[in-house]
Design a protein around this ligand. Sequence first.
Ligand code: NAD
Ligand code: GLY
Length: 367
Amino acid sequence: MKTLEVSGAGFRPYQVAVGSGLLATAAQRIAPFAKGRVAVISDQTVAGLYADALLDGLRGTGAETTLVAVPPGESSKSFGQLEQVMDDLLAFGLDRRDLVVALGGGVVGDLAGLAAALYMRGIDFVQIPTTLLAQVDSSVGGKTAIDTPRGKNMVGAFHQPRLVLADIDALSTLPAKQVRSGWAEVLKHGLICDAPFFDWLAGEGAGGARGDPASLEHAVVRSVEIKSAIVGEDEKEAGKRALLNLGHTFGHAIEAELGFEEAALAHGEAVALGCALAFRFSAREGLCTDDDARRVEAVLKAAGLPTRLSEAGQFDADRLLALMAGDKKAEGGALTLVLARAIGDAFVAKGVAAEPVRAFLRDEGAT
Ligand code: NAD
Ligand code: GLY
């Protein structure tokens, strides 16, 4: 087990514990932050697997508990579900000294985190991430949000957790597609700023993509170190934090075109495809070598992740470009993309002209 600290100028430091057996001891670890009532927010799938033991443990520490279980899937990141959760917390009688615990993947973490940020103007919350994606990315850094019909994560708040417990054992029940999806975010961290870590993920650690617990544990620890260092410097994404969006501008546009439902690409799969596109575009612009772009593609492929638009569906270059620009009227304007000089050396490129990106997308198979 390893404990890391996330700290920065604008927020109270907190610990992220990564290892085996953390769910079994979660109640004792949470106890210092639970003054009275504890509301565990989860989704129905995760609650069925892990909520009973957690609630029993919490009651054993003297806490009064309730479970709020939302339907699994992205559609729970909605105004309607947020309103229902708030109503459940009010009915339970949670007050400002009480605690919310998010038990689940990124959907639960984002929804419960936003509920905690808003409830009585903000109460404490603890993250217990149960997907690889949530352990390496969404549970750390304080971004919380719901979606609206006009876009993903459009309504949210920065609200840092008091504690994060990332239990590697929880990943044993995760479907293989979800493990691969989280692995894409792990690879992303290597691609951004740590070439030796990327080499390890491509070689000795590659079994993590197929669920090897020892590889997963190291991958989560190193990912949290990388993410927390970036968040510590730039909590509100005024600059450096945007690096974490590597693969996301292409990836989000692809997700938006496909629809964000369960049957479509998982978030990390879209990010993987986005990383492959970002490296190929970087190579085409002469920023990184073709060899780097080919290696990124080969490593993503070996992990079972998509790297070509044709694997995801059929796309229209103008529509993708409009989604990437975040505004249909900005089609002719410039884009902000995360591009790369090499594996482990990503940078935020502002003012990227739309036309070369459109031509690139057409060469990649978009019509
Ligand atoms: P998710 O929360 O929908 O979980 C994926 C599926 O796995 C769900 O069906 C869930 O019920 C199931 N599941 C979760 N844990 C399980 C377990 N241990 N065993 C078996 N099944 C389990 O998806 P996700 O990929 O974790 O998160 C995606 C969300 O995270 C998106 O909404 C995205 O916007 C958000 N996100 C947020 C941030 C951030 O910084 N806040 C960063 C990245 C992604
Ligand atoms: N997942 C991107 C961020 O936390 O900034």
